[in-house]
Design a protein around this ligand. Structure first.
Ligand code: SF4
Ligand code: SF4
Length: 491
């Protein structure tokens, strides 16, 4: 009998029966409110996650006049990502790759240490579902009231409560969708534009989309997302071993379960489990932790609080349902004690991988260039012979100024003795170098004409380096190109 079958049996009063079919009808889950230290921690994590999500786009960050003043902004039209003091350009995409690798390995590490705590505490599906359930409890009451009302006829009381609940859910979902698009544009400006009907179609579309998905996934689908839609439970088992901390029921202590007083007489022969089903009734995924490790368990630990409350009430030691390792449980069942071992080969490998990724990313960030140079040789004509016998080549030079202030750059040449350059369509005389100004956080594009003579042995094609230097801070970069002459060809 699977855990779901048992829960179906245990919750038969909920009136939902499966039939013999390959299709398994959803068992209605009516999680009961619970109090305790685990629940308090879970509320704290929920409040923190929601605060970060909703508030972050509204944090201002002064980057100077005329510059974006939002601390976190994904500016897709201008292809920039601002994160407090750091600004990423499209060329910096590998930082995103590094961050994703870091997050993935971090998740592997946390899972191998403490099971699915990400699922139970910080996953957006869990956080918003918890919030929606809280609203549901406020409006419709706790488990028994909700079950009674759902099974009863459509009364005015039932209808107004359902109406209010769905209205609040939709409000939260709308707020969630609205907060999401604030990460992609200046939040105050977009808010005003939105309410005036002046925002872009994409803004209205994505708010609508995220409102709908939040309402659907957190309000209706709930635990089904974790059980059927999310791939993570399927392969998280690969990160778990017998030393991973998971929420577990201690059968060696609880069995044989049964009702009755635990005063050492009437209940003689019974274990500590009084079969009250409190652990089942608070479970957001509707499973029975006493059935052992299950795919549906998100390790939220609410059953720990529920069972501890029952243990206190019946005068028994807490911790019948607890956080423990499988190895620890096996040892305890045999009367031994086995300490939790956080440092084991797999966690050390994850830690090492994270340290390497952090080191590489940190070094790359600390030493990353704030200027970029790209040079494109003219395709036609490849070169022009000018009056004094010199050869002239044309180039398009692009200078990226990734600093947050306007900057002047000195562009010079290397590899073409006697070579000079001039800005096209400007009257200035050719010179060995040119000073070029680029606005803050911008790409300056310049047409450059280079005059010189390829050395005879070069066969008409001469290697030519463009050297760029930020005059203010001395930062440099070089771009390797060619200077073409008679008999030469673009390489
Ligand atoms: S069995 Fe316990 S830890 Fe697992 S999901 Fe249910 S309440 Fe959370
Ligand atoms: S809450 Fe504890 S005592 Fe009650 S059924 Fe669950 S494990 Fe047994």
């Amino acid at each position: 009998m699977t855990s779901h079958d048992k829960v179906r049996k245990a919750t038969a009063s909920e009136g939902k029966q499966s039939h013999v079919s390959l299709y398994a009808a959803r068992v209605g889950v009516y999680p009961k409110a619970v109090r305790g230290p685990v629940r308090t921690v879970k509320w704290g994590v929920l409040a923190f996650c929601l605060a970060v999500y909703y508030v972050l786009p509204w944090l201002r960050w002064d980057r100077g006049p005329g510059r974006v003043s939002q601390a976190v902004l994904l500016d897709l039209p201008n292809r920039r990502f601002y994160f407090f003091t750091v600004e990423f350009w499209p060329q910096d995409i590998y930082y995103l790759t590094g961050a994703l690798i870091l997050a993935a390995v971090g998740l592997f590490l946390v899972t191998s240490l403490a099971g699915r705590v990400w699922c139970g505490y910080a996953c957006p599906q869990t956080v918003w579902t918890d919030l929606f359930m809280w609203v549901e409890r406020l409006v419709e009451g706790d488990r028994n009231q909700r079950m009674r009302r759902d099974q009863g006829p459509a009364t005015v009381d039932k209808l107004w409560r359902k109406g209010v609940k769905h209205a609040v859910w939709l409000g939260i979902a709308f707020w969630t969708g609205g907060a999401w698009i604030m990460y992609f544009a200046d939040a105050p400006t977009l808010t005003v534009q939105f309410w005036r009907g002046e925002a872009g179609t994409a803004a209205y579309f994505f708010i609508g989309l995220f409102t709908f998905t939040t309402y659907l996934l957190a309000g209706w689908a709930r635990e089904q997302v974790c059980t059927y839609m999310c791939p993570w439970p399927r392969f998280q088992a690969a990160m778990l071993d017998e030393q991973s901390l998971i929420v577990t029921y201690q059968p060696w202590r609880g069995e044989p379960r049964g009702h009755g007083k635990r005063d050492g007489s009437a209940a003689a022969g019974l274990g500590h489990c009084i079969d009250c089903l409190a652990c089942v009734h608070v479970c957001p995924t509707g499973i029975d932790i006493r059935d052992g490790v299950q795919l549906e368990c998100i390790n939220c630990g609410l059953c720990v609080d529920a069972c501890n409350e029952m243990m206190v009430k019946t005068g028994q030691p807490k911790g019948l349902v607890t956080w423990d390792t499988l190895a620890g449980q096996k040892a305890r069942a045999e009367g031994r004690h086995e300490a939790f071992r956080p440092f084991r080969p797999r966690t050390l490998i994850y830690l090492a991988a994270m340290a390497v990724a952090l080191l590489v990313m940190g070094t790359a960030l600390a030493t990353r260039s704030h200027i970029d140079l790209a040079v494109q040789h003219d395709r036609a004509p490849l070169f022009v012979r000018v009056r004094d016998g010199d050869i002239r080549n044309g180039y398009t030079v692009k200078i990226s100024n990734k600093t947050q202030a306007p900057a002047e750059f000195a562009l010079g040449l290397r590899g073409l003795p006697g070579g000079v350059m001039a800005l096209a369509e400007q009257s200035g005389a050719p010179a060995p170098s040119q000073v070029l100004a680029v606005d803050a956080d911008s790409i300056g594009t310049f047409r450059i004409l280079v005059f010189g003579r390829p050395t005879p042995q070069a066969g008409g094609s001469q290697a030519l380096d463009f050297m760029l230097r930020n005059i203010a801070n001395g930062e440099r970069t070089t771009y390797a190109s060619v200077f073409l002459g008679p008999g030469g060809k673009d390489r």
